[in-house]
Design a protein around this ligand. Structure first.
Ligand code: HEC
Ligand code: HEC
Length: 319
């Protein structure tokens, strides 16, 4: 078939390549210039790229770039940008953080991020707590809700093994000290005290047992004691539950909740930021008024003022 075909296609004037299928012949149309130039440019670029960047495994590339290095640079820039803020937080005593609102705000943001990583597994995503793990949003505090008290709880932990400075107290297991009936009486009294039940004969007997066995930690009125981390039993907020079964369990066996100390796992700035964040959640209390400086100014400054005024007075009189 190919033998008698002409070399040139009459319609287009283009040469045939010489291939033919079912009477259809292939023309030798040249590639468009733009395509050829683009192709050559790509080849040149690729060659340059292979030399400049680590395109071949185990080579470094002439520019010395690596994705690892880029990440390190970004991190370094980020750390450098944050350094002044972190240094300022480090240099500010925890009680004074709130007096610099801008610093406090950035500490709260840093604390929010650190909380998500370190604390949510026990205190919950919204810090709302669960059985045995206190809610950090409310204003019911076991150990204190001003920022310094919160900071101490986080830094040293609570009953945390391996920390000498951890907050510590231990409610005894009353199964060894009271009869079962007496425990039920004291349970009844705690339920009356928390407004869940009306007083009964049992609860009245429980009140006497409470005064004898429990008031030393929970207070005569049952409102708790932050020095001992003894919860308020009257507010209807329960760490372990206020139903009879939970109360019986708590009183008979005791609980001994453990909050880890973070002084070894987190740096000081992060712990301050966590305290700022927890303090900001809604239950944060004002710093306790420092009594010592007040008395100091009361006794020290008036004489100083007196001498000054007497001196000026004397000067005025003499002139
Ligand atoms: C392993 C579980 C666990 C983890 C993790 C944990 N906590 Fe706690 N936390 C507890 C327990 C349990 C208590 C209550 C201890 C008690 O009974 O006194 C507590 C108490 C606290 C208190 C004192 C609350 C009060 O009412 O006085 C603060 C503040 C606190 N946690 C903050 C944090 C922060 C911030 C983190 C993260 C850095 C964190 N916790 C991580 C278990 C945990
Ligand atoms: C030595 C101090 C101490 C004494 C005494 C004591 N407690 Fe406690 N109690 C605590 C502490 C601390 C907690 C915190 C729970 C923990 O150990 O994690 C607590 C927790 C509780 C709770 C749990 C509250 C909640 O929110 O779930 C109840 C209920 C309670 N005590 C009742 C009693 C009763 C009733 C007595 C007396 C029979 C008593 N306690 C005696 C220190 C004491």
């Amino acid at each position: 078939m190919t033998d008698h075909k002409p070399d040139i296609d009459e319609a287009t004037g283009t040469k045939f390549v010489g291939h033919e299928w079912d009477g259809i012949q292939e023309l030798d149309t040249p590639m468009p210039r733009w395509w050829v130039y683009t192709f050559v440019a790509c080849v040149v670029f690729a060659a340059g790229y292979v030399v400049a960047y680590p395109a071949i495994p185990d080579t470094d590339g002439a520019l010395g770039w690596s994705s690892r290095g880029q990440l390190a640079d970004t991190l370094k820039a980020e750390t450098a940008a944050r350094a002044p803020r972190l240094n300022a937080i480090a240099a500010t005593p925890i009680e004074q953080l709130a007096s610099n609102p801008q610093l406090m705000r950035s500490a709260i943001e840093g604390g929010r991020a650190a909380f998500k990583v370190n604390c949510v597994q026990c205190h919950g995503a919204g810090a709302a707590g669960s059985k045995g793990y206190p809610n950090l949003n409310d204003d019911d505090w076991l150990w204190g809700g001003d920022i310094a008290a919160i900071h101490t709880s986080i830094l040293h932990g609570i009953r945390s093994p391996g920390s000498d400075e951890a907050r510590y107290s231990q409610m005894p297991a009353f199964a060894d000290m009271l009869e079962r009936g007496q425990i039920q009486q004291v349970v009844s009294y705690v339920r009356v005290m928390s407004g869940q039940d009306k007083p009964t004969r049992g609860s009245r007997a429980g009140a006497a047992l409470f005064a004898e066995n429990c008031a030393s930690c929970h207070g005569a009125d049952g409102k708790g004691n932050r020095e001992m981390g003894a919860p308020n039993l009257t507010d209807g907020i329960w760490l372990y539950g206020g139903d009879r079964a939970s109360l019986t369990q708590t009183i008979a066996k005791a609980r001994f909740g453990v909050m880890p100390h973070w002084s070894e796992k987190l740096d000081g700035v992060t712990i301050k930021m966590l305290a700022a964040y927890v303090h900001s959640l809604g239950g944060g209390e004002a710093n306790p008024a420092p009594p010592a400086p007040e008395t100091a100014t009361a006794t020290a400054s008036p004489p100083a003022v007196d001498t000054a005024s007497t001196a000026t007075g004397a000067a005025n009189v003499s002139s």
